[in-house]
Design a protein. Sequence first.
Length: 317
Amino acid sequence: MKVYLDFEKPVADLEGKLAELRAIEEGEGGVGIADEIARLQTKADQALREIYGKLTPWQKTQVARHPGRPHTLDYIGRLIEDFTPLAGDRQYGEDEALIGGLGRFRGQSVMVMGHEKGSDTESRLKHNFGMARPEGYRKAVRLMEMADRFDVPVIAFIDTAGAYPGVGAEERGQAEAIARGIDACLTLGTPNVSVVIGEGGSGGAVAIAVTNQVLMLEHSIYTVASPEASASILWRDSSRAADAATAMKVTATDLKRFNIIDTIISEPVGGAHRQPEEAIESAGRAIESALKDFAGLDSDEIRRRRREKFIAMGRTL
């Protein structure tokens, strides 16, 4: 069953009528209404293109959070061969909000990690809606250190509303764990590439996204805090989330303009949730291209380029 966002109502109405007509056509004694179906399909496709051609930042936020968007496990399942998950931070325990392990990406050994939100109620609870605790980030550090030791690139998929803000997480050093993650990203001697596939929220995203190349799906968002949280801070009114999303420049287009990200990955018309396989393949091609840029470079040059990339973000003329 398709889940439609509020602004997709014109498309929902047209596709509802299409479903009814197709049921009539396929039923016993169905009449020939192929021309009407084709006309409505064309109209629905056009409406979808028009809507997605002029999305506001808040609408893009809703698309980024769509439950049908492909998640990290979907990308790993389609892009990574022989994936072997690695668990635990060797200090406290396992955190399934942030998964990782070794595998092969188009013939090359890689370390893969990413936030996993889950796709149904059971898996969302299991993965804590993609909000990692300190042990998740410490596991990420462990995996990055392992990748450095064995000289394999790191691929990170970003999809989280933010790090888990619970009391237990704070007691176990959430801020320190995130800082260690950023440090591990910066000191890594092998290439690392991150892809924002949905939400890139706050330090929970940055902890594994300080990479040589930051890629971003067209309708994903990347932000210092959620629009709701920012509205609460700025105006003491979370209902102004749409205003906050616009003011914070959370979209891929804005972030590319500010050189915060490197590449925008086009999504199928209507978003990645409509054609997940096509979206995943587009991301795979972008990752492959990004990794090729660092082929043959030594560790010092890889670190230097990464460091210069992030230092340049704070420079002004």
